[in-house]
Write a protein that binds this ligand. Structure first.
Ligand code: UDP
Ligand code: MG
Length: 218
């Protein structure tokens, strides 16, 4: 006997144009309140690469949560050792630590358009951000990439990262599907997610991204 498995995902997924329509007011806002884009996707899905292109083309400020944490490690801050251990294990740094780092960057920036890359990684992160910053993202980009492709990219990127090895990648992928996918589901239900097919060349993927931001900027 077999059961028909019905995926809820398509029902929960609003059309891209309705997501963009709702987010547009924010970016055109004369008061220049922050326009927040969360950039999500598994390790190696291309978040950082695409963020650099969005910065270049659309004038956003790129805040990579992972880079901010790595900066804490190399500046020997009081949390450095704890952050290093957490990253080596592929686990998630306590929310308040990461949110405070992001908050400092937002508050000291002259820009009002932000890409927050690789955050929130779990529901606790999301709730801490919304409480401390007092704002939800205007839009969420989700780079959708199969695991085999992510593993291939992470293992070939050679950036000297302590967590780009087979053991840690396996842990990071588990953490991604157990803890980060629920965040994506939450924002999908709120009509804030634009899903991007992350398989393809950098330029092919950026064409999808470009369309989204071009619509947002008008
Ligand atoms: N990390 C975290 N909280 C964040 C972002 C990153 O704890 O908000 C830690 C986590 O251990 C993660 C690592 O930093 O596995 C690397 O994150 P990064 O976003 O740099 O990795 P990517 O997904 O880009 O490969
Ligand atoms: Mg990254």
């Amino acid at each position: 006997m077999w059961r028909r498995v019905v995926s809820l995902y398509p029902l929960l997924s609003p059309s891209k144009s309705s997501v963009l329509h709702r987010a547009k007011g924010g970016i055109a806002s004369k008061e220049k309140t922050p326009f927040i884009t969360f950039v999500l996707g598994g390790p190696g899905s291309g978040k950082g690469t695409q963020c650099a292109k969005i910065v270049e083309t659309f004038g956003f400020t790129h805040l990579s949560a992972g880079d901010l944490l790595r900066k804490e490690i190399s500046s020997n801050s009081e949390n450095g050792a704890m952050i290093l251990d957490t990253i080596k294990e592929g686990k998630i740094v306590p929310s308040e630590v990461t949110v405070k780092l992001i908050q400092k960057e937002i508050e000291s920036s002259d820009n009002y358009k932000f890409l927050i890359d690789g955050f929130p990684r779990c529901e606790k992160n999301r709730i801490a951000f919304e409480q401390i910053i007092g704002k939800e993202p205007n839009i969420v980009l989700f780079f959708d990439c199969p695991e085999y492709e992510m593993v291939k990219r992470v293992l070939s990127r050679n950036e000297g990262r302590v967590d780009d090895n087979v053991d840690t990648i396996k842990k990071r992928l588990k953490v991604f599907s157990a803890l980060n996918l629920p965040v994506i589901k939450h924002y999908t239900e709120k009509g804030k997610v634009c899903k991007i097919n992350a398989v393809g060349t950098v330029d092919e993927v950026f064409e999808q991204v470009r369309q989204i931001f071009t619509e947002l900027m008008v």
